[in-house]
Design a protein around this ligand. Structure first.
Ligand code: SAH
Length: 390
């Protein structure tokens, strides 16, 4: 899975080119930020609001993991520009050079070259005037107060699959047939991975016959927590996933929006697995405050996405005001004729399948408890009270 998804030459994202579309209507899948600017704007507002509530003053780093075509960062930056923040720098973690080119093209005025001998592989300025850096690994990001965001990043990281036969847990492998085709097979018995990765709680669940986990996602989440607990900051990850209750395997593949055999065309089909936020929570809850997973629908609604939609629709009707807004560079208004349809997808089907999950350092516990949690993750009572107050 790792090679097929992320190897520089043969991997799915490494092969990205404008002709062979990956994202969007003509590609293999569509993501929330690709669907509508509303998603990125809401994430931008959330980041700024939570930042203000930490009381942090001075410089801060906004990190996005796996930015794809950079639509999310573009919309977040447009939202942040409204707050006149001069202390932010942007840091993108991306392993595909082809996508780094695409992101730079979209976010910056000029193209540049990869640098050598620096922790970052590229440096530039965004159209909104913010310093922007690219890295191949989270480890290379400089120390400092950091806010992490990612959408549909963890689901691309490799998973291990396990199956129970009798009392024994076996690992599912990918092997070759005599003809040289890929096929699934299982280990003869328990191995290092079944013994090292499957938690006691899963083994003790009698009815459970399958389990899937991504230790690589665990490493990423641990790296985030190490940083936010050492230098300050917080994180918001949004992904297709569940709270640990899914008891079937989810590793699958897409091509042209259709589900296909994941072993059929490695490097050409999009491979994905649902994120097990329950498992990830067990890895960090001793060191971090964990909020969610909560449905994207609930998260975006608490943030007031409906108000923003209404405003956009109104602007679409009123050309004069629209031109004024554009000239003031408040938000770049996309005259998307499908804005209502996009909104319905974001809040409807995608709104229940996608989950938001946030991490904060435990030092912020008192403040966050007083607030009833970060916005988007408020308890039902607090959310209702907030809506009534407004
Ligand atoms: N966030 C984007 C696209 C998600 S697709 C959106 O919402 O539209 C997954 C992204 O993660 C791609 O940019 C891919 O190149 C990147 N990616 C996948 N595996 C990675 C890895 N191991 N390290 C860094 N980036 C990775």
């Amino acid at each position: 899975m790792k090679t097929s998804v992320s190897a520089p030459v043969v991997g799915y994202y490494g092969q990205f080119s404008r002709d062979q579309k990956v994202f969007g209507e003509k590609g293999d899948f569509i993501t929330s930020p690709e669907l509508t600017q509303l998603f990125g704007e809401m994430i931008g507002v959330w980041v700024f609001h939570e930042l203000a509530n930490t009381g942090h003053k001075g410089s801060w780093q906004l990190v996005e993991l796996g930015p794809g075509r950079a639509q999310l960062m573009n919309d977040v930056l447009n939202a942040l520009a409204k707050f006149n923040d001069n202390d932010v720098s942007v840091h993108l973690v991306e392993m595909s050079d082809a996508l780094i080119d695409e992101q730079e093209n979209f976010l910056c005025i000029y193209n540049s070259e990869n640098t050598k001998g620096t922790p970052h592989v590229r440096k530039n300025k965004t159209r909104t005037g913010v310093n922007i850096y690219w890295y191949k690994s989270i480890d290379d990001i400089p120390d400092g107060f950091t806010v992490f965001i990612a959408n549909e990043f963890l689901d691309a990281l490799p998973v291990h699959q396990f199956k129970k036969t009798g009392d024994l847990w076996k690992e599912v492998y990918v092997n070759l047939t005599k003809e040289g085709d890929l096929r699934f097979m299982t280990s003869k018995g328990e191995n290092l991975h079944t013994k090292g990765l499957i938690p006691a709680a899963i083994r003790n669940e009698n009815s459970r016959l399958t389990w899937e986990c991504s230790p690589e996602s665990g490493t990423v989440v641990n790296q985030i927590v190490d940083r936010i607990t050492t230098f300050g900051g917080f994180s918001l990850l949004v992904d297709y996933g569940h709270d640990g209750s899914r008891n079937t395997h989810s590793f699958r593949a897409y091509k042209n929006h259709e589900q296909v055999d994941p072993l059929s065309n490695p490097g050409v089909v999009d491979l994905t697995a649902d994120v097990d936020f329950g498992y990830l929570t067990t890895l960090v809850e001793d060191r971090a405050l964990v909020y969610g997973p909560i449905e994207q629908r609930v998260f975006l609604t608490q943030l007031g996405i409906e108000h923003r939609l209404r405003r956009l629709l109104q602007i679409c009707k009123n050309r004069e005001e629209q031109e004024q807004l554009i000239s003031e560079h408040i938000f770049q208004i996309l005259l998307n004729p499908f804005i209502l349809e996009s909104y319905n997808m974001l809040i409807g089907d995608m709104g229940t399948k996608f989950k938001a999950w946030a991490l904060f350092p435990k030092t912020l516990k008192f403040i966050l408890d007083q607030r009833g949690g970060p916005v988007g993750f408020l308890s039902k009572e607090k959310a209702e009270k907030k809506a009534n107050d407004e």
